[in-house]
Design a binder for this molecule. Structure first.
Ligand SMILES: *[C@@H]1O[C@H](CO)[C@@H](O)[C@H](O)[C@H]1NC(C)=O
Ligand SMILES: *[C@@H]1O[C@H](CO)[C@@H](O)[C@H](O)[C@H]1NC(C)=O
Ligand SMILES: *[C@@H]1O[C@H](CO)[C@@H](O)[C@H](O)[C@H]1NC(C)=O
Ligand SMILES: *[C@@H]1O[C@H](CO)[C@@H](O)[C@H](O)[C@H]1NC(C)=O
Length: 347
């Protein structure tokens, strides 16, 4: 078996020599160099052995999917660092000490725990814009994250709590992925995120909508939590909000104040898989409404149109009502005037 492999490889060797592969690369290819030795002889400015630093794009360093268990040393000129899909368990305070040019740090799909991230590990990265930590074993958001972040992904971890100090002063943060964690309490942590446009906290353990949601949100994803009611004037403060997903919660009619969803600007509202018995009143400007798998017993045309005439009618295009307690016969014929743009109504 070994003989065959060596034979095949030696047949390839002349070709690869002409492409300038050195013996170190061959060792790496053959798996002869032990893992864990990657930090041993790296000098400042050099590329760590297990990583690739393409000369055509020297600001990037690719160390993804190499079986790393520890941080490689990072030269100070690197802006884009790819460390995803490894088994890195810790980021000590000293790991990124020279890496003050970093713009992107990709560390998703590793084995990081919160205890193993130094309190100052990310503190000096004052240009960092993207930090990807999804699919690790974090139980909290790392402390002292750079305030320069624009895109922070910590989804698919084991985070239980988000505190105001975790996100304070992140004026430029526009995307925050927190989904698939175990968050029960957000307190007022989102308050200062004035640039935030996309917030995904789906698949957590929230029992209420987080307080102090940022006003400039464009997409709000809260599905698969245990939310049973909404605060008064929940949507009144938003100026840009177009997409709300709240499927798979515990919402009841009683928990939704009147006219909550009768706000212009909304494009899509997903309230499927809840416990609603009535169709909530929605704005005539809404385009897509998902209400499947509730316990709706009645088709109330007034939920879509309070008056119907040439100019007053619903802009709804999609309406899903399947998996409720009504059938097509329950939809009055006058509906076609109000719902004149609905190309698909499922019951
Ligand atoms: C991370 O979590 C996974 C799954 O729960 C577990 O198998 C693994 O041992 C954990 N790793 C560490 C470093 O805690
Ligand atoms: C936010 O972005 C602006 C403009 O790009 C920049 O001047 C500012 O320093 C950034 N804020 C932080 C906290 O990094
Ligand atoms: C929804 O809001 C509009 C505009 O504010 C208002 O005219 C309409 O009566 C409201 N619909 C219902 C059913 O209250
Ligand atoms: C209905 O249309 C008229 C114009 O025909 C308009 O003045 C009025 O504000 C509309 N009412 C609603 C509730 O949109």
């Amino acid at each position: 078996m070994h003989l065959v492999i060596v034979f095949l490889l030696s047949a390839l060797l002349p070709l690869s020599h002409s492409h300038g592969l050195d013996s170190r690369a061959w060792d790496r290819f053959l798996g002869l160099r032990p893992l864990g030795s990657q930090q041993a002889d790296t000098k400042r400015g050099e590329c760590p052995e297990l990583c690739d630093c393409p000369s055509s794009f020297s600001v990037a360093m690719y160390c993804d999917g190499r079986g790393l268990t520890a941080m490689p040393s990072v030269p100070s000129h690197v802006k884009y660092l790819y460390l995803q899909n490894n088994a890195i368990t810790a980021v000590p305070d000293s790991a990124l000490i020279n890496a003050n040019s970093l713009l992107w740090l990709m560390m998703h799909h590793n084995q990081l725990t919160s205890e193993a991230i130094g309190k100052k590990a990310f503190l000096k990265l004052d240009k960092l814009e993207r930090l990807y930590l999804q699919h690790n074993n974090l139980t909290s958001i790392p402390s002292n994250l750079p305030r320069s972040l624009r895109d922070l992904r910590v989804n698919h971890n084991k985070i239980e709590k988000v505190t105001p100090a975790d996100l304070e002063g992140m004026d430029n943060l526009t995307v925050l992925y927190l989904h698939d964690n175990a968050v029960t309490d957000m307190s007022t942590s989102l308050k200062s995120l004035k640039s935030l446009t996309l917030l995904d906290i789906s698949s957590n353990k929230l029992t209420k909508v987080p307080d102090a949601l940022p006003e400039n949100l464009y997409q709000l994803y809260l599905e698969s939590n245990s939310i049973d009611s909404l605060p008064q004037d929940f949507l009144g403060r938003f100026t840009q909000l177009q997409y709300i997903r709240m499927s798979h919660n515990q919402l009841t009619d009683k928990g939704i104040p009147a006219n909550t969803f009768n706000v212009t600007g909304l494009v899509e509202l997903d309230l499927s898989f809840n416990k609603l018995e009535r169709i909530p009143v929605v704005s005539t400007t809404l385009r897509h409404l998902y209400l499947q798998a509730n316990v709706i017993k009645e088709f109330t045309l007034g939920s879509f149109c309070s008056i119907v005439d040439v100019t007053n009618f619903s802009k709804l295009q999609t309406l899903r009502l399947d998996g409720n307690e009504i059938s097509r016969e329950d939809i009055p014929t006058e509906s076609s005037l109000c719902l004149r743009q609905a190309s698909s109504i499922e019951v």
